[in-house]
Design a protein around this ligand. Structure first.
Ligand SMILES: Cc1ncc(COP(=O)(O)O)c(C=O)c1O
Length: 363
């Protein structure tokens, strides 16, 4: 993707926001952060939100805000950014790996049901809305609600995605967002947010994000340092105004790919009924994924693999964490076959058509 494209189009607005912060003399957790928290929560109908340092911290704090902590078991997927699993371990909790749905790439409620039967005392589930596709929240809540298991949404790749009329992040008990520059809503540095409908969850997060302080210099609980800075918040305040338009353009690019790539021996992404996918990534599947990626590279088209090795098979995690007793077959198959094609709002139709033409000739 071209990370500078947004600045090329909207540089004057960004420069004005940055200048306002630089001349204000206040650089961390101030008016820009407060304004962003309110606008973000209101625009996406998330209840209350708190800005934090990055998406990994956001997930860690979304769990801590619900009282999940050391020794607690947290079920989540292995087909995700490693950050999802790292966040669980950062609070001393123990990840349990759940398989994914083979079509939508998100957490499988059937696999989750097997995990809660085979592993005692799962306290929370982290559902990742991967690639911008909402996870099956109804299926996940059906498993979790009767058992009193918390449901946390990892929305790092899905700002503005919806199930029916409800935006993701507003469905579970708490949610985390990343504003890493490549995200659908990205800062020009690191940033993240936690949201929850219950304001007391966010009150806890606000306390934990700054040393456990409720009152300055007095730590009520042992906390962290994970603050959103004013410069990033001021840029996010500008970029939030373009989120809906950016997501709309991503969906238009996906529709163009969908038409242009139909009829090939290539599995195209599907949208779960009733959901609004926001195409953080446009991910196709093919058994010869590596050959296709290499041939596209040779004609100047960059692709990526999200993700080449599932978390449970990576050296840091291999063999030491429990998983669905039936195995993680859909996860392992996806890792062998997925390929992400170019996708960002500023990508022009003629570039999309060039990708389509090249993919058609190599597949
Ligand atoms: C699904 C998912 N969760 C969590 C994160 C972590 O976000 P960050 O890189 O801002 O810590 C990311 C981003 O890489 C992600 O894609």
């Amino acid at each position: 993707m071209d990370l500078k494209a947004f600045y090329d189009q909207h540089g004057a607005e960004v420069d004005a926001a940055v200048a306002r912060v630089l001349s204000s003399g206040w650089y961390i957790l101030g008016k820009e952060v407060e304004a962003f928290e309110a606008a973000f929560a209101s625009e996406l109908d998330l209840g209350t939100a708190a800005g934090v340092g990055n998406g990994t911290d956001a997930l860690m704090l979304a769990l801590r805000g619900l009282g999940v902590g050391p020794g607690d078991r947290v079920a989540t997927v292995s087909h995700t950014a490693v950050a999802t699993v790292a966040a669980v371990e950062l609070i001393g909790a123990v990840p349990i790996f759940v398989d994914i749905d083979p079509i939508f790439f998100t957490l499988s409620p059937q696999s989750l049901a097997r995990c809660v039967e085979s592993v005692d005392g799962i306290k929370a589930v982290v559902a990742v809305h991967l690639y911008g596709q909402p996870a099956d929240m109804a299926g996940i809540l059906d498993v979790c609600r009767p058992r009193g298991i918390w449901v946390v949404e990892d929305c790092a790749q899905a700002h503005g995605a919806r199930i029916g009329a409800t935006t993701v992040g507003g469905i579970g008990d708490s949610a985390s967002f990343s504003f890493y520059p490549t995200k659908n809503l990205g800062a020009f540095g690191d940033g993240g947010a936690v949201s929850a409908r219950n304001p007391s969850v966010i009150e806890t997060v606000r306390c934990l994000r700054q040393y456990g302080w409720r009152e300055r210099y007095i730590s009520d609980v042992p906390g962290y340092n994970s603050r959103l800075d004013e410069l990033q918040a001021s840029i996010l305040n500008v970029k939030l105004g373009y989120l809906a338009e950016g997501n709309k353009r991503r969906r238009a690019i996906a529709a163009r790919y969908q038409t242009g790539l139909s009829g090939l021996n290539l599995v195209l992404p599907q949208e779960a009924p009733g959901t609004t996918h926001v195409y953080h990534q446009y991910v196709v599947r093919h058994p010869e994924r590596d050959r296709i990626a290499a041939e596209l590279r040779s004609v100047g088209i960059g692709t990526n693999i999200h993700y080449p090795v599932p978390v449970h098979l990576q050296p840091a995690y291999r063999g030491r964490l429990a998983a669905d007793p039936d195995g993680l077959l859909a996860t392992e198959a996806a890792a062998r076959e997925v390929l992400s094609l170019p996708m960002y709002p500023e990508l022009e139709d003629k570039a999309v058509d060039r990708v389509i033409e090249a993919v058609r000739s190599v597949v």
